[in-house]
Design a protein around this ligand. Structure first.
Ligand code: CAA
Length: 253
């Protein structure tokens, strides 16, 4: 059978219409995946733009509405996607929000809203795809963490905790699935050219950019490239790893 006759692997990308998520969808589609972007139905304006942005992909990028903080909703959506497109082989958890405030001002609401999306969302999605992946003997899970989970950031006790948690979660799940052909890794972006970073006060943003050795914000494509690498069929020996993509902003060994 020729390669092109094989069914396309199905990739689900949460936060799929977002600043980084959209580019992840595009690069995975270019890598021959059938991609489904999962995101909030309420982002209507953004969704209309997204549909234009992916129109050239000839159906290789679809959209399904879902709220990753809703456990049962995630289950229903996973079932729906699998009925329509086939088993989910690749899951990219890119849905994320910020609720920046110094701890002395942070409300329980800011803490919980962020945890529900950035950390519970990863559990909710992985929980519903992992059994199918291990049963079939193939899976690629890539969770988007952040440099700020590695270093901590002023005003981000919630975000830094969740993003560090995402990597701990990924290492633990990597151990549980390693024998079954399923890899679980994180990608830790630095500061990227996205609406999330554009929302940082201009003065603080300028200071941050001045501290990036490469001298610029990351492009969404810089991050998507790492996701495509880790989710490739022949990336099976990389698991439990974190791949930093931060322009040298934080170097570690
Ligand atoms: N380091 C040290 N001191 C700082 C500081 C910093 N980074 N930021 C503020 N301060 C100081 C101020 O100078 C001020 O000092 P004085 O009291 O002596 O005047 C004091 O802290 C102000 O403290 P407040 O609690 O009143 O802070 P605030 O309400 O004015 O602002 C903040 C806090 C909203 C968190 C603001 O600092 C901010 O927006 N920071 C940016 C946070 C950030 O980088 N977020 C990243 C978002 S992008 C992202 O998350 C993507 C990714 O993965 C990289």
């Amino acid at each position: 059978m020729s390669h092109s006759a094989l069914p396309k692997r199905v990739a689900l990308v949460t936060g799929g219409i977002g600043g980084i998520g959209t580019e992840i969808c595009r690069q995975l589609a270019r890598a021959g995946r059938q991609v489904i972007a999962l995101d909030l139905a309420s982002r209507e304006e953004r969704l209309a733009v997204f549909r234009d942005e992916v129109a050239g992909f000839d159906g290789a990028i679809g959209f399904e509405p879902a709220d990753v903080s809703d456990f049962d909703g995630c289950r229903q959506q996973v079932e729906r996607v699998e009925q329509r497109h086939g088993s989910i082989d690749i899951l990219v958890n890119a849905a994320g929000i910020t609720r920046d405030a110094s701890l002395r001002k942070m409300t329980p609401q800011q803490w919980h809203e962020l945890m529900r999306v950035n950390l519970d969302g990863v559990f909710n999605m992985c929980r519903h795809v992992v059994e199918g992946m291990t049963a079939r003997g193939f899976g690629r899970i890539v969770n988007i963490s952040s440099v700020n989970g590695q270093t901590g950031q002023f005003g981000q006790t919630n975000y830094s905790a969740a993003k560090a948690g995402v990597h701990g979660f990924s290492m633990a799940l990597a151990r549980e699935t390693a024998r079954k052909g399923v890899t679980v890794n994180t990608v830790s972006p630095g500061y990227c050219d996205t609406p999330m970073v554009a929302a940082v006060p201009a003065e603080i943003r300028a200071q941050i950019i001045a501290g990036i050795p490469v001298g610029r914000l990351g492009a969404p494509a810089d991050i998507a490239r790492a996701v495509a690498f880790l989710s490739a069929d022949d990336a099976g020996y990389i698991t439990g790893a974190n791949l930093p993509v931060n322009g040298g902003y934080f170097m570690s060994f």
